[in-house]
Design a protein around this ligand. Structure first.
Ligand SMILES: Cc1cc2nc3c(=O)[nH]c(=O)nc-3n(C[C@H](O)[C@H](O)[C@H](O)COP(=O)(O)OP(=O)(O)OC[C@H]3O[C@@H](n4cnc5c(N)ncnc54)[C@H](O)[C@@H]3O)c2cc1C
Length: 317
């Protein structure tokens, strides 16, 4: 989100190349395909509280790329529903349609993006930047570099810039395990989305209940950040079995009838609300950084950070 917002906003006054280490765009706004199943295994939904973000979203809504998920929502205390309500249009809970990764696909249109290119080093050569990827390829002659990776990865790339590294080191991103379950038959749970308390899983959603999903019945479960961090290098079979039993309690049924069952480890998933600058800029080195970790671990926060930086860079360009 942050990288594409910068590229879209500044593309009118600069030639911009986005380097992305994955095979597709979107970052943590992601979708996993598994045979006939599809899972939004990263960000689940998002809200839009600021006028700037609402304006930015409008074309995505108009083009059917983003829609309001009117889920039946419950809060569960370990194994007992303690409150329920219907999400409605008053506070929209937006999702990508027909899957979360459509947002990245839409935003990446007409941008110059080098996929499958993990930048390993950035080097200031006189007044220009050179970027070197993990295969040793050099990309030369850039005036500015904007880093939009999560804080720990930004710290590695910015190793020579103490000010930025110390900012990154003060931000603690937390992990999240995502369990993806695919079923042959619907489970007929009495809700679509659940926040779970007093358990080691914090969220269960009927992924296939989001707007526009045609694929078969799917659930996405997230472990709490605390449990994930405490088990971050744990054996994945153990994580899968443990999450299956924790989420079975919340759902009130055995989930082992799932015909697809897979876990994804997000090492840097999220961060609490931050006080401090919304982005980083160093005019002397012509180095800048933005991303959700400046503000809050939310899609809207990634937009706000990038938007703040784009305004500052726009003046300079
Ligand atoms: C499990 C999970 C659940 C979440 N739930 C929600 C939610 O419900 N609602 C919500 O609003 N937010 C949620 N979030 C958070 C939300 O996804 C993020 O806040 C937002 O997507 C961050 O966007 P970003 O552009 O700052 O970073 P990212 O999406 O992380 O983008 C950074 C990009 O940089 C790339 N990259 C990293 N290092 C390099 C390198 N060396 N070279 C090249 N490319 C590199 C990465 O591949 C990635 O594409 C969730 C996240 C996770 C993981």
């Amino acid at each position: 989100m942050a990288g594409m917002v910068i590229a879209r906003r500044l593309g009118v006054s600069a030639e911009i190349t986005v380097f992305e280490k994955s095979r597709s765009v979107g970052g943590r706004i992601a979708t996993r395909y598994a045979g006939e199943f599809e899972f939004d295994h990263g960000a689940q939904f998002f809200t839009a509280r600021t006028p700037g973000f609402r304006k930015f979203l409008q074309p995505l809504i108009d083009n059917g790329v983003v829609a309001n998920w009117t889920a039946r929502f419950v809060e569960i205390d370990r194994d007992r529903i303690i409150c329920e309500r219907q999400w409605n249009a008053d506070v929209p809970h937006f999702v990508g349609v027909p899957r979360m990764n459509e947002i990245g696909k839409f935003l990446s249109r007409n941008l110059d993006i080098e996929l499958d290119t993990a930048i390993a080093t950035i080097r200031r050569d006189g007044v220009r930047w050179t970027l070197i990827d993990d295969a040793g390829n050099a990309f030369e002659d850039y005036d500015w570099v904007v880093l939009t990776a999560p804080a720990p990865q930004t710290a590695t790339l910015a190793a020579d810039f103490r000010q930025l590294v110390s900012l990154c080191n003060r931000r603690e991103l937390v992990g999240c395990y995502a369990l993806m379950l695919g079923f042959e038959e619907p489970l007929e749970l009495p809700w679509h989305a659940a926040v779970v308390q007093n358990a080691d899983v914090s969220w269960v959603s009927v992924n296939s209940s989001k707007p526009g999903r045609k694929a078969p019945y799917t659930l996405v479960v997230h472990a709490t950040n605390a449990w994930t961090n405490a088990h971050i290098d744990e054996d994945m079979d153990y994580v899968r079995e443990y999450m299956l039993s924790e989420s079975a309690l919340a759902c009130g049924r055995d989930l082992r009838e799932a015909v697809h069952c897979q876990v994804q480890r997000w090492r840097y998933a999220n961060i609490g609300k931050q006080n401090g600058p919304a982005s980083f800029i160093n005019d002397e080195a012509k180095l800048a950084a933005c991303g959700d970790w400046f503000v809050h671990g939310r899609i809207e926060a990634a937009f706000c950070s990038a938007s703040d930086l784009a305004s500052q860079l726009g003046e300079r360009l």
